[in-house]
Design a protein around this ligand. Sequence first.
Ligand code: SF4
Length: 447
Amino acid sequence: MNTPKAYIQTFGCQMNEHDSYRMVEVLARQGYTMTEEVDEASLVILNTCSVRQNPENKVYSLLGRLRRLKRRDAEVIIGVGGCVAQQEGEKILERERCVDMVFGPDNYFRLPEMIAQVRQGERVLATKWLPRAADRVQNFVPEEWVERGHVEGCKAFVSITKGCDNFCTFCVVPYTRGREVSREAANILREVRDLVSRGAKEIWLLGQNVNSYRAHDAGFYELLDMVSQVDGLKRVRFTSPHPNDWNNRLSDLMAERPAICNHLHLPFQAGSDRVLEAMNRNHTIAQYLDKIRYMRSINPTLELTTDLIVGFPSESDAEFEETLRVLEEVQFSQIFPFKYSPRPGTKAEKFEDDVPREVKEDRLARAIALQEQITNARMAAYVGTGQEILIDAANPRFRHAMNGRTDGFRPVTVRDCDAEIGDTLNVRITDYKQHWLDAEVIAEAMV
Ligand code: SF4
């Protein structure tokens, strides 16, 4: 008998990527193998994101194309999971007859049950949240799955919190991922140790607001400290921290522990205190910059990246200039800038979206242009330096070339390299193109 094939398309953030990996494992236990060809799949899942409008539009346009698949073979099961599924729920089933199941982020471990229901002729809607424990501590990964996480190459993701209680006015996450809960540190460590024993060299700790993690046995500081000392683990990354919950103790820990990567993605969103208040970010830009200055004072090579929004309702030209000033001062390695657009169900949806489209576009272009100059200078400064990189993939374009990352998260291509995924190499940076560094292997670390 042919093994059934499943196709999963993932939109959005690392959290969704992680959820998709979990689905791969859940489906593998049901006998499914994965395929990259949607046409040969008997189960198709779109794992959706509603943080930006684009992924949402893409999902609907993809569903339009999937109708054809269903017409050709009525047995094909089509599922929509993730944040759009949580938010739109029944509307998706009403709008797209080809969809058999719609399930939110708290429900993917129930896939076997949902598939069985579909096979019995039902259309499934599964968007209920797991009940939140009163103390907000909950081992939300089912016990049987704690030691069955997915290792992709040499990396693995581990959720330490889920949901968010911050309610930034522009953000859908508290509505699509629910209120925040944290897993016990012991439960997380069990998962990390298991992943490392199965080949993970780099672990990403995930949460919508990762550093507000608080369980009975540890806060984020203690958890990061413990994970960074797991035997056999080379690198720990985490995303995304909130500036409010960041403190100098965490900066000290990052600087002290070799396994904690030298990269922090710390979203600042806007340079103006008035805009930050309208966004409900609960900190001022001076507080943000103080934390950055401290980090840089103890660790000058720290790579910082950020998210920012331009054209938030009522943002003036002068307020946007403050955002540019933050870029100039911090000298991020990379930024992820977005034009504001209202997201359904958020508080900011009720604000007047009064910054004209052309102004938003102009601000976006100016932020990108400034950052390009900064990135270019930062990349040029790498040339000639020695770096330790973790090899994570074969280079798809060049023979005998491998790709890896510095611990500051810079992507690197190494030519004439016979290393394997998961190897750590000492390299010398020889050149760069846009965001990529080129390197050659050297025998020993350069000091
Ligand atoms: S901290 Fe704000 S932006 Fe981040 S997930 Fe929570 S509500 Fe959204």
